[in-house]
Design a protein around this ligand. Structure first.
Ligand code: CA
Length: 264
């Protein structure tokens, strides 16, 4: 009886190892390609460098208001690229706000700041106002430019004056889009820091209700443009805030912020 594998078995085993290695490399490379724009970025994270369940290094857990049951962790079971993503379990109510903040200072990004993330969630956006992306904004004395939902569809909200984009009229909400559940969605923003200008893409669609320009449009950006000071976001937080009702489980992956447009 043979104890050692035959030459052919060794060859087969080596081939299998080679295939596995090649497959792994291709997988990792696709994540890197999806993650980083060619001309550099202030944030470019696929979360593959996170070593444990607790966000660390470039990403830090934070509860800006008060801490309740909301949690955030590096997830090794659900990922858009590679084997890791950021998971947030956000609960209903003010104290269950939970975020993971990038340590990157975004003050130098611009004049247009481009943000891209892949996001996945389990629960349809509620009727009540919620936030899952929060950008501290020095033009609002550090209060935040927020992306989330209201009336079941995506919206922007400015913390300093509670203005929304689009306006939360039925016509305005109809020009936004729900955030589909249980699938990875590519969400991109461009934020002009010198003039009124804000755009949002869900997948490849430029969402008409999530568009602000210099020309006030009823039901869309008329309310938003009442404030003429352009935003100056300085940081990025991913997580969950609910102010009335609404809980959700979300995953974020392949997040970039920089001064140049980036593909999904
Ligand atoms: Ca990843």
């Amino acid at each position: 009886m043979r104890i050692l594998p035959s030459r052919s078995r060794w060859a087969a085993a080596l081939t299998a190892v080679a295939l596995l290695t090649t497959g792994f490399s291709a997988h990792a490379a696709s994540g890197a390609e999806a993650g980083c724009p060619a001309d550099g970025a202030l944030i470019c994270s696929d979360f593959e460098d996170q070593t444990g369940p607790v966000p660390s290094g470039d990403w830090q857990f934070t509860t800006p208001d008060c801490q309740g049951t909301g949690t955030a962790a590096v997830d090794t079971e659900v990922a858009h690229s590679g084997g890791r993503s950021l998971r947030v379990d956000g609960g209903t109510g003010y104290c269950n706000h939970a975020f993971v903040a990038s340590t990157a200072d975004l003050s130098s990004a611009g004049p247009v700041v481009y943000v891209r993330m892949w996001v996945r969630h389990t629960t349809a956006l509620p009727a009540a106002h919620v936030t899952f992306v929060s950008l501290p904004d020095t033009s609002q004395d550090g209060r935040s430019l927020r992306v989330g939902g209201q009336n079941g569809a995506l919206q922007w909200n400015r913390e300093v004056d509670d203005a929304t984009l689009p306006a939360q009229s039925p016509a305005g909400v109809a020009l936004s889009r729900p955030l589909p559940t249980d699938s990875w969605q590519c969400l991109r923003f461009s934020i002009d820091t010198t003039a009124p200008g804000l755009d949002t893409w869900l997948g490849d669609e430029l969402v008409p209700g999530l568009h602000a320009d210099g020309d006030p449009t009823q039901d869309v950006d008329q309310q938003w443009l009442a404030r003429t000071t352009p935003p100056r976001p300085t940081a990025l937080r991913l997580g969950w805030e609910s102010y009335g009702t609404g809980d959700d489980t979300l995953w974020f992956d392949d997040v970039t912020v920089g001064s140049a447009p980036v593909d999904c």
